[in-house]
Design a protein around this ligand. Structure first.
Ligand code: GTP
Length: 597
């Protein structure tokens, strides 16, 4: 196809504003898929994605559209992952297209993810067409929302398209706008091949499928291509496009988006953002800006039943083959036994992987509290990347510790603003900005990521009754007065409970922690001291008093079946306990104890 007849675009939106529904409608309106084949949410392939209502892997579809001017255009839609954990993947897919539809629910208005995603589109120099969705609903207020887009985002919204992705109203106008308001791609078919690796995933029949955007040159079946990042060479055995089902083609030229397969075994070998060129007469310089996505949140995964350790290893290895941003190494914990320390892009990524292990591999897991990666600067000049607070070196050798900071954007109705400010303040936040968009406030905070990874979302949801929207970006590593807090149960340190905290907050956190543990650990036949300590110094202490009577004693003389039941129940409870020295700690304690109220 010649460049003038190609339009490449993505759809950016806050979750639930109708991105998938609109994409489905565009596909349907152009006859790309027959109605009877039309499945709801065509683009969300994975079960978990569908269940959670989020699109994780970037996906794409090629649509042929005969416009009102009589010409036929090829429209390539790249479906970007909407969540902050996948920010780097979003930014790469944005760089593969020239324009965006900015979908805003006209009954809701601009939300935090709308902003985060539209800034990515602006960064990628996109032409942006605002689309006001859900105009069929009585609560729709297009003028207000258009005004808000102009005020908050600062883009012209007077000719925003009014759409109902549900009824199909405004879909034709949207297609015309894609053709006439978005620019055609540029590129040189005669130049050496430069293709951007936008995404890749594992297909049971085809092996690894690689989604590419051709910048310059032409890619043909049978070509030998080189991944510029690691220099590996592959023979292309198939190329094609998504309509949205895979359809094989002979060649892909500049401006086009499609896929290739080349008997690649592992997704790991195909890094998002890499440049693909020909083995011979390839281009000299890769496309700018490649950076592999780095895990930022780490936690331990341990099997509840230690006999399942090998199964867990296998599950983790399989998942890692197909997810280059998921890392793992073996870990042993005195409290939890053998397991793995795993790295993720963020909390959502962690939850998705954990769910898949539990569901697809049927392994019950203990997840330790997530922690960020700290940079520990030693007095001798060495810098350690600390993935596990339990490994924190002795403070006497440590010069200082740096932690990752984020820039968080929160949109919230005015009446909850006070609670949100308090929450951010409590989490060591520094307010950067506070503005109003109608009855809602937009606050921007600089926060330590470690205060956010654990239960910030939950707290935010609960103090705002679910009305706040939240998004963040990593900004930098910064030094702060961070110390390791250890927890001792019956005089023994429990490594899975140690954490890095700010010195000024250590007593408070320590006290909260030991109080929680006192509630969570059942009484034993002897008394158990529970302590929080920094270095050798105990900062908080509780004592769990000894159990005097046999639990079954109260059934004395009572009926035997009740006694049996009680013992049975105890036995069941025991499975979820971890023997620690002489003390049994219930599994839930490892997470609950770290939650702050
Ligand atoms: P994620 O894929 O979860 O990010 O959400 P999304 O932005 O793709 O939203 P989705 O298309 O799943 O739509 C969210 C909900 O809004 C669904 O229940 C849709 O049926 C509904 N919806 C989407 N568009 C419209 C519309 O124009 N009118 C009405 N009434 N409902 C709509």
């Amino acid at each position: 196809t010649d460049l003038a007849h190609i339009r490449n675009f993505s759809i950016v939106a806050h979750i639930d504003h109708g991105k998938s529904t609109l994409a489905d409608r565009l596909i349907q309106a152009t006859g790309t898929v027959q109605d009877r084949e039309m499945k709801e949410q065509m683009l969300d392939a994975m079960d978990i994605e569908r269940e959670r209502g989020i699109t994780i892997k970037a996906n794409t579809v090629r649509i042929d559209y005969r416009a009102d001017d009589g010409e036929t255009y090829v429209l390539n839609l790249i479906d970007t992952p909407g969540h902050v954990d996948f920010a780097y993947e979003v930014s790469r897919s944005m760089r593969a297209v020239e324009g965006s539809l900015l979908v805003v629910d006209s009954t809701q208005g601009v939300e935090a993810q709308t902003l985060a995603n539209v800034y990515q589109a602006i960064d990628a120099d996109h032409e942006i067409v605002p689309v006001l969705n859900k105009i069929d609903l009585p609560a729709s207020d297009c003028d207000k929302v258009a005004g808000q887009i102009e005020d908050v985002i600062g883009i012209d919204a007077h000719d925003a398209i009014r759409v109902s992705a549900k009824t199909g109203e405004g879909i034709h106008e949207t297609l015309e706008a894609i053709v006439h308001r978005l620019p055609a791609p540029r590129g040189d078919a005669a130049a050496p091949l430069r293709a951007m690796l936008v995404d890749s995933w594992y297909d049971a029949y085809l092996g690894v499928v690689v989604l590419v955007r051709i910048m310059d040159g032409v890619l043909r079946k049978g070509d030998r291509v080189r991944m510029m990042q690691n220099g590996s060479v592959h023979q292309v055995d198939r190329i094609g496009v998504f309509r949205p089902m895979m359809a094989v083609v002979d060649a892909l030229g500049p401006g086009e988006i499609g896929f290739l397969t080349a008997s690649i075994k592992q997704v790991r070998d195909t890094r998002v953002g890499d440049t693909i060129t020909h083995e011979k007469r390839g281009c000299d310089t890769p496309l700018p800006g490649f950076k592999p996505s780095q895990p930022v949140v780490f936690c331990g995964l341990f099997p509840v039943d230690s006999a399942e350790f090998e199964d867990l290893r296998e599950a983790i290895e399989k998942l890692a083959l197909n997810d280059a941003s998921f890392s793992s190494e073996m870990e042993t914990s005195a409290a939890l036994g053998f397991g793995f320390r795993c790295g993720f892009l963020g909390l959502l990524h962690l939850e998705v992987i954990r769910d898949r292990i539990e569901r697809e591999y049927d392994i019950e897991l203990i997840t330790t509290a997530p922690s960020v990666v700290y940079h520990v600067f030693m007095k001798d000049g060495e810098v350690i990347e600390l993935h596990n607070p339990a490994d924190m070196p002795d403070l006497t050798y440590v010069d200082h510790v740096e932690e990752p900071r984020i820039r968080a954007t929160i949109l919230v109705p005015d009446e909850y603003l006070g609670d949100v400010l308090k929450l951010c303040q409590d989490r060591r936040g520094i307010q950067l900005d506070l503005t109003y968009a109608g009855p809602r406030a937009m606050v921007v905070y600089d926060l330590p990521l470690n205060e956010v990874v654990f239960d910030f979302y939950d707290r935010l949801k609960s103090v705002t009754k679910g009305y706040a929207s939240f998004d963040y970006q990593l900004t930098e590593y910064r030094a702060d007065n961070l110390v390791k807090m250890s927890v001792l149960v019956n005089e023994e340190p429990v490594d899975a409970l140690s954490m890095l905290v700010h010195r000024d907050r250590a007593e408070m956190r320590g006290r909260a922690m030991v109080e929680k543990l006192k509630e969570l650990i059942p009484r034993h036949m002897f008394k158990i001291p529970i302590q929080a300590a920094i270095g050798g110094k105990v900062v908080a202490r509780e004592t769990l008093s000894a159990l005097r009577k046999d639990v079954t004693a109260k059934c004395y003389g009572g009926d035997v079946s009740r006694k049996k039941k009680l013992l049975e129940k105890q036995k069941k409870g025991k499975k979820k306990m971890r023997q620690f020295g002489r003390v049994e700690i219930p599994q839930e304690a490892f997470i609950s104890a770290l939650k702050m109220d």
